[in-house]
Design a protein around this ligand. Sequence first.
Ligand SMILES: O=C(O)[C@H](O)COP(=O)(O)O
Length: 200
Amino acid sequence: MAKLVLVRHGQSLWNLQNRFTGWTDVPLTEKGREEAKFAGEVLKYSGIAFDVAYTSVLIRAIETLEIILQVLDTEIPVIRDAALNERFYGDLQGLNKDRTREIYGKEIVHLWRRSYHIPPHGESLEDTANRTVPFLKRAILQDVTDGRNVLVVAHGNSLRSIVMYLEKYSPEEIMNVEIPTGIPYVYDIDRNGKILSKRF
Ligand SMILES: O=C(O)[C@H](O)COP(=O)(O)O
């Protein structure tokens, strides 16, 4: 059995400003760095010894992972891959989320943000899953089923697509899943890839 731990990056500048971010490469805020430290402390307390870490190629996730690894005081291989990037939010990137609701209406903006099939002027969650899940299977879960403890630091929607796959959620169920910043999700997974337990 090994552990798969998922962490969403700490608060970014555009999270603070309530703007659609997607692939825009914005840094963490001071609060975001504190959240990353907190995630590191929680993981240190849990005593998990990680063997490898994965993250996206976006600075908010890379920095969050660096802070966690500093707190854990460990040097492990880090694999950065664009497959773990946030969903591409297309024309919405840069727009304020409240302003977008005023312009287009609350219902459609909610569908853009949380539905599985409807693309928000960019990638739908399904499009995002079509790049995250193959990477999850061929790299991350391969490590876990080989017995390695794996830490993944990624993004709200790239992690929603991964959690949807792991938990076998339906498109309806995934609509209600929110991933908070800086809170580790810990899965115990056996050598056949079966989830034995999970805790947040
Ligand atoms: O890209 C973004 O704006 C956020 O990381 C996630 O946004 P959402 O919660 O609006 O999907």
